[in-house]
Design a protein around this ligand. Structure first.
Ligand code: AMP
Ligand code: GLY
Length: 436
């Protein structure tokens, strides 16, 4: 078994900012000899060797892990989890961190999530599930606007439509159920009440019985300042999220995370992985908007730079059912990640733009630059190669200092048509100002 052994080889699955961050953290572990990434990227090369194996090629990933005697595999994105990578690795006796296919339904099926939440007695928006247009329209009328129409399955973060009027709900319902807008993912839909409030991300590790809550965080999903514009994968994040006070932190563990883990266990699901609750906080109470079954991206970036403990130790404790015996230590301050994206993202954007200033930015105090979508050319220049390009992350004694440092580093980096939000952390900074 891997526990206690030296010279571990670890495989990180994925190639984005979250995976660069995980590989960066894991590579610092004195017990880790080598980190591989699948497929990996030029941006991760300093901390993880790229294997080039795609995240969907489950058999090839298992073959690689077996041949290289990988002690631990950590999965970044949800797709391989939903496709059953953990089931396959477990069958082949390979150590892997993440839920199996059944557990991954918490992200791959919104209807499944709602069932689990109901069984667990966890607060969430009132809802119903539909496969037919007419009853769905009727329910939308009954709920009244505003309301939310969601494709049941994975739709690359685009399957949620917030409807200001019942007519908007009608067209969302028809486009999903009748016109198959998200294909198989929208053959079934969830219609739910609109929840007002402030969102927060709450991640915990679990071994299926015990939970170890990670530091709280908050994501900024909209493309533009002031939370305007289309939803993206996330334009920035910070940790901790002041909206999650100490009292609320314990309350979320007791009223959300623990009952959910217990409900999964009652169904016989052996869930050893990350449980990520997307929360809406209103008048001090937390309700669950969604579950994800992996680390958030970009929330992982500020959280990992604050984690003092060994991530490998925590993950191994989760795999071995010892999570009740370990704790995590955190940097007392704050961390902020500003995502630098290609202009046009989440729509069309150009690639291959020459990026300048990364090394200079990375040399600034408290700053780490995580790569989400970059490539290196033969001359050693960095080129943009994706929508989200860099996650410029900084720590500070408080959120103001972290924000200042992160934007100082962002200012040192440039390329043609770069886009980033100028207000990452604004809610936390406002709270900090109020308090002082
Ligand atoms: P989801 O993929 O379910 O988390 O939805 C994506 C985003 O849509 C969330 O981060 C929220 O901003 C928003 N959202 C989802 N459900 C609701 C709801 N019931 N009320 C208000 N906003 C919601
Ligand atoms: N940043 C949101 C997510 O990872 O789902």
């Amino acid at each position: 078994m891997a526990s206690g052994a030296l010279a571990l080889k670890v495989l990180v699955i994925g190639s984005g900012g979250r995976e660069h961050t995980l590989a960066w953290k894991i590579a610092q572990d004195p017990r880790v000899e080598r980190v591989y990434a699948a497929p990996g990227s030029d941006g991760m090369a300093a901390v993880a060797e790229s294997t080039g194996i795609g995240v969907g090629d489950l058999e090839a990933l298992a073959d690689f892990a077996a041949a290289q005697e990988i002690a631990l595999t950590v999965v970044g994105p949800e797709a391989p989890l939903a496709a059953g990578i953990v089931d396959l690795f477990r069958e082949r006796g390979l150590r892997i961190f993440g839920p199996d296919r059944e557990g991954a339904q918490l992200e791959s099926s919104k209807a499944f999530t709602k069932e689990i939440l109901a069984e667990a007695g966890v607060p969430t928006a009132a809802y119903e599930t539909f496969t037919e247009v007419e009853p769905a329209r009727e329910f939308a009328r009954h709920l009244g606007a505003p309301l939310v129409v969601k494709a049941d399955g994975l739709a690359a973060g685009k399957g949620v439509v917030i409807c200001a009027t019942v007519e908007e709900a009608d067209s969302a319902i028809e486009s999903m159920l009748r016109d198959g807008r998200f294909g198989e993912a929208s053959r079934r839909i969830v219609i739910e009440e609109f929840l007002d409030g402030e969102e927060a991300s709450f991640m915990a590790l679990t071994d299926g019985k015990h939970v170890l809550a990670l530091a709280s965080s908050q994501d900024h999903k909209a493309a533009f300042d002031g939370d305007k514009g289309p939803n993206t994968g996330g334009m920035g994040a910070y940790s901790p999220a002041p909206v999650i006070s100490d009292e609320r932190y314990s309350e979320v563990i007791e009223t959300v995370i623990e009952p959910t883990v217990a409900a999964l266990a009652r169904r016989g699901i052996d869930y050893r992985g990350v449980l990520y609750a997307g929360l809406m906080i209103h008048e001090g109470r937390a309700k669950v908007l969604e579950y994800n079954v992996r680390f958030g991206d970009p929330e992982c970036q500020p959280i990992m730079v604050r984690l003092r403990s060994s991530l490998v130790d925590l993950i191994e404790a989760a795999i071995d059912g010892r999570l009740g015996e370990v704790s995590a230590e955190w940097d007392e301050g704050s961390a902020v990640c500003v995502v630098m994206a290609s202009g046009g993202y989440p729509g069309d954007y150009s690639k291959g733009e020459v990026i300048t200033g990364i090394e200079q930015a990375a040399g600034l105090e408290g700053v780490e630059v995580f790569h989400a979508g970059t490539k290196r050319d033969e001359q050693g220049r960095w080129l943009s190669s994706g929508g989200r390009v860099l996650g410029v992350t900084a720590t500070g004694a408080d959120v103001r200092e972290a924000v200042e440092r992160a934007y100082g580093a962002v200012g040192a980096i440039d390329w043609n048509d770069v886009h980033y939000r100028g207000d990452i952390g604004h809610r936390a900074v406002a709270r900090e100002k109020e308090a002082s």
